[in-house]
Design a protein. Sequence first.
Length: 344
Amino acid sequence: MTDLPNEAQGPQRIMELSSGLWASKTLSTALHLDLFGALAAHPGATHTELADRLGISARPTRSLLAACAALGLLTRVGEKCFNTPLSQRHLVRTSPEYFGGWVEMLDRHDYPGWMQLHDALRHNRPTAWNPDEQNSLFDNADPVVLETFWEAMTTVSTVTARELGSRLDLTRTRALLDVGGGGAAWDIELCRMHPSLRAAVYDLPHVCELTQRKIDQAKLGDRITTVAGDFFADASFPEGYDTHLFSSVLHDWSDAQCRELLARSFTALPSNGRLVIAELLIDDTEDGPLDAALMGLAMQVETWGRSFTAAELTSWLTRTGFTDVHVTRIHAPTANAGVIARKP
């Protein structure tokens, strides 16, 4: 943008912002058509060959390929097309690091709600689901929604768990309770890092059914279990765990509900027990970073929650009774910080 005349920079920036959906839909549509899978199986395919494989005409195929190339999702050598390392690693369904679940979740579940963002703000209620029919986003037991949502959460949580988990000292942790940890991504990664650790996912019954499949696939059924329940409706949190984990959980709920969850955790933890919170925190000045700020706006569409600052979270923790609160900054898809606190 710096190469543009000064008078063109402003309009160009506004155009970039306003057309962001174009890039997102290019990615999600290419994924839906399995373009990257086709190129993984047939590297060097031409636009004519890809049109046949994707089942669309030549004209739209050329436009799709040009857009994907401009986005850095494929490369071209003459008429031949190839996946980039990024798309080969994260957008081919058979890849162990496939990240497409997140893309599919946004496209199928989030974006219909985002298209009604004005209504979400004006009426102060979610638009990605009907609050008159459900108590929360997580009440939905529809198998399509479940598979899409939790597959996406597992994908992004795995990366975040590796990033923060490598910085956590869990050498004295014997039993971890993952509160609202559907998908078990954190538990799987942390148990792989710490051979003596055992963990339990505490989540809704229909979520635990899906979670158990993830645990079985990881072959960690002897160390990771599920505890079916409702962390608001149950009389108390399950006991017998010296560490609690809240990963991308608190931002789903109102301030009062967040404080209630912290209080329930404090009551259930033993003396010297620890609480680990992974979140995208906004700066105390509330003007960034962009991913945390937009996540807060996403919560207007998805939940009754918001993004909050490290200072707010620290205040909630200390008022609850926790001590030794410290913040570890990271860079990961679903968290830019880990907040660790101790029960005296």
